[in-house]
Design a protein around this ligand. Structure first.
Ligand SMILES: [Zn+2]
Length: 97
């Protein structure tokens, strides 16, 4: 896992995205629905969710970029669409090559 972290593509949560997230999150603490904790962490890197492709050879699968928010106690994970938080994909990622 540590080796993977060294190969950083640069797709990270920007300060602007964190501002937007804080704005949406609001001042009221949000409790974890699994363990009840109020301690969350926003992962630095953006994750991706591959949509299931029905034509595997013809089309590169569509990808949804995600901001990962993890409960610090139990690991319950929230996934927010990075595009909604203002992330602009670079060409290298959008091409899917
Ligand atoms: Zn939790």
């Amino acid at each position: 896992m540590r080796i993977m972290a060294l190969i950083n593509t640069g797709a990270v949560v920007t300060p602007e995205m964190r501002d937007r997230l804080n704005q949406l999150w609001g001042n009221r603490p949000k409790h974890c629905s699994v363990c009840g904790s109020f301690s969350w962490n926003v992962e630095e890197s953006i994750a991706e969710l591959h949509l299931l492709a029905t034509l595997p050879q013809l089309v590169s699968p569509q990808v949804i970029p995600l901001v990962v928010i993890t409960c610090q106690t139990c690991g319950n994970t929230l996934l927010l669409n990075a595009l909604k938080l203002g992330w602009v994909p670079s060409n290298s990622l959008a091409g899917g090559v």
